[in-house]
Design a protein. Structure first.
Length: 140
């Protein structure tokens, strides 16, 4: 994200120099601050997603399930083994937690996509203003 912020900052400085009126400078400054906010918000969402993914993976790593072959080697009655039933219940519970996490990640991804869409819209707006300014300067 640092590179994106640096590019935005460089572009802001350039636009500010090119602005002819106080109103243009104010609009450029407003757009710059808004874009900077979008970028920082998207960075926060990505960091939050990564942290939640690490937490989820840490929970999964705690499970050390014996394999089917280990049960057979120890001559355990798999059909009636209480430990196996407990493990299956834990697996089902973990699956439900995982599905809930997936739904949450989908929502975070949707929010991130929406932020990117807003950033693209602002970039297009800035380009349009630049184009209009250039056209105006060329015609003068």
């Amino acid at each position: 994200m640092g590179e994106i912020l640096n590019n935005l900052n460089d572009e802001y400085k350039q636009k500010k120099k090119e602005a002819n009126t106080k109103a243009e400078k104010q609009e450029i400054k407003y757009d710059y601050k808004e874009m900077k906010g979008f970028i920082k918000d998207s960075d926060k969402l990505l960091k939050k997603h990564d942290e939640e993914l690490k937490r989820m993976n840490a929970k999964w790593d705690k499970f050390d399930f014996p394999s089917f072959d280990e049960y057979k080697e120890n001559n355990i009655d798999i059909e009636n083994d209480e430990t196996l039933k407990e493990i299956n219940e834990k697996i089902e519970s973990s699956k439900q937690q995982y599905e809930e996490q997936e739904k949450h990640y989908d929502e975070v991804s949707r929010q991130f996509d929406e932020l990117l869409k807003q950033i693209d819209e602002k970039n297009n707006r800035i380009r349009k203003v630049e184009s209009l300014e250039k056209t105006k300067q060329d015609s003068d």
